[in-house]
Design a protein around this ligand. Structure first.
Ligand SMILES: Nc1ncnc2c1ncn2[C@@H]1O[C@H](COP(=O)(O)OP(=O)(O)OP(=O)(O)O)[C@@H](O)[C@H]1O
Length: 265
């Protein structure tokens, strides 16, 4: 059973409803069309893979991750984590997954340790301090454990988001642009830690705009363009197929290729 499966996932965001007074003024006007963010996305990621989900701004990466995390509902299609359907088996699928979100979301009233204890509590883990200490150490956060969240720099807050995603030792880890706006030090520390978790058997799905990171880390890559998968293969095969000097070159070629969209696998 794969670590992660997407089967013909489509997502249309509803257009905002027109206010009542506008509907009264022009009653015959049809409601605005929604926005189609994903169309028929299917892929499966095996246990232990380090998988890259790439695409330009607005391609649909975060939408896809939100569907996997149960934060958004697909308009059609199914998704599962470790065999658990993200809608029908929500609790089990959420327990199998750790998501590092793109947005810096945090509660300014708690310390780093309190934040991680609260997160552990969501998963019913009461005595989790040994693991919390290990995560803090590996993310270079040990000396910040008792600092208030609001006192941390942006890069430090991002490290805490990574720590939060790992408190329940999820078999599948999704990182949505985890290195956006962080210094070289954190990138190195983060990738060393995530690579170690991956070698220990954790499945990793990464979105990033730093294609050299994806090239170095990901065994397989899917590229999204306007909500559709346009390439899905091993990093090496994509490099061989599209030539060029590196994955960035292959990415630019694929994104600028205007032949009808089809999976280049
Ligand atoms: N809640 C929403 N309502 C309407 N449209 C949305 C909503 N969320 C996202 N979209 C639209 O869906 C499309 C895909 O957005 P998404 O955030 O998934 O892209 P992305 O690939 O993650 O982009 P980025 O690389 O900039 O993070 C975009 O055109 C975006 O404007």
């Amino acid at each position: 059973m794969p670590a992660l499966t997407l089967d013909r996932i489509s997502k249309t965001y509803r257009a905002p409803r027109r206010p009542a007074w506008k509907r009264l003024l022009s009653p015959g006007k049809p409601p605005a069309q929604g926005f189609r963010a994903l169309t028929d996305v299917s892929l499966s990621v095996e246990h232990g893979e380090f998988f890259g989900l790439l695409g330009p701004n607005g391609a649909g990466k975060t939408t896809l991750i939100s569907i996997l995390a149960g934060l958004a509902q697909a308009s059609s299609g199914t998704a599962s984590i470790c065999g658990y359907d993200v809608v029908a088996d929500y609790r089990e699928s959420r327990r199998s997954l750790g998501v590092v979100p793109q947005e810096l979301v945090y509660d300014p009233f708690f310390t780093v340790r309190e934040t991680l204890r609260i997160q552990s509590g969501y998963f019913g883990l009461r005595h989790n301090d040994d693991w919390i200490d290990e995560i803090l150490y590996n993310l270079g956060l040990s000396d910040k454990a008792e600092s208030n969240m609001r006192a941390l720099s942006g890069g430090m807050k991002r490290r805490v988001l990574v720590a939060q995603a790992l408190v329940h030792r999820p078999p599948v880890i999704i990182l949505d642009e985890p290195t956006a706006g962080v210094d070289v030090d954190l990138r190195r520390t983060l990738w060393e830690f995530i690579s170690r978790l991956n070698k220990a058997g954790h499945t990793v799905l990464l979105t990033t705009h730093y294609l050299e990171e994806a090239e170095a880390l990901c065994g397989r890559v899917a590229m999204l363009k306007r909500g559709r998968i346009v390439a899905l293969d091993t990093t090496q095969a994509l490099l061989a197929r599209f030539g060029g000097v590196d994955l960035e070159d292959a990415f630019v070629r694929i994104m600028h290729d205007d032949t009808p969209l089809e999976v280049l696998a």
